[in-house]
Design a protein around this ligand. Structure first.
Ligand code: FMN
Length: 200
């Protein structure tokens, strides 16, 4: 039996690449029965978006990597959450993350770690990518899921001279996988909570 759960994908993107990755995360989350996915561009956040975040079962954070960390646009959003941080208003919600950069590494792991620390500061429960690395055998291909070999979240590499429509299919499929996994984990927790409250 599926439960009604809400997954919010809260991202920043200046040139559209991380926005396309965010759409893939939302698509994956929405594939899970009973799950609704919402996209929030954090540099244009509205009161309605804050209400969606407060009501969410899970929030997936996404940022491009600028100078080795999350973008200033994402960081501004992080600091705007400090009132909610003080109240631990998002405690126990699920959280996950995705990052994008121009280089294969590009130090985007550092940006992803920033997202996970942000979630931990809010008392949220981090969901990992849950995939083995792809593209690490002589017989493997760059089309493998998780071609960039991350564990903490989903990664993408975007060529600086190409638009978001040219993003690598593996990175988009990996982002979809993360969305699906987060929604499935939210379903499991909601089902467990429903069983517990039925038992008392
Ligand atoms: C100010 C700035 C800093 C950047 N720093 C990095 C970096 O540290 N590592 C990297 O690999 N790419 C870096 N890039 C490239 C972006 O991460 C890459 O173009 C990304 O896909 C942009 O995402 P967006 O289209 O969602 O804004 C930088 C780009 C900008 C504009």
């Amino acid at each position: 039996m599926s439960h009604e759960i809400s997954v919010v994908v809260a991202y920043h993107s200046r040139f559209g690449h991380t926005a396309r990755q965010a759409e893939a995360v939302a698509r994956g989350a929405a594939e899970v029965p009973g799950s609704t996915a919402h996209l929030i561009a954090v540099d244009e956040i509205t009161e309605q978006d804050w209400a969606l975040l407060d009501a969410a079962d899970a929030v997936v954070f996404g940022s491009p990597t600028y100078l080795g960390d999350v973008s200033a646009g994402f960081r501004t959003f992080v600091e705007l959450t400090s009132g909610r941080w003080a109240e631990q208003a998002w405690r126990n919600k699920l959280a996950a993350g995705f990052v994008n950069s121009g280089a294969m590494s590009g130090d985007k792991l550092n940006a992803l770690q920033s997202l996970s620390i942000f979630a931990a500061q809010h008392g949220m429960t981090w969901v990992s990518l849950g995939l083995l690395p792809g593209w690490n055998r002589s017989t493997a291909s760059d089309q493998d899921l998780n071609r960039l070999g991350f564990w903490l979240g989903a990664a993408a590499q975007s060529n600086g001279d190409q638009g978001a429509d040219q993003m690598h299919p593996s990175d988009l499929a990996t982002a979809e996988h993360l969305g699906r996994r987060v929604a499935e984990q939210a379903q499991r927790i909601t089902a467990g909570d429903a069983l517990l409250s039925a038992a008392v």
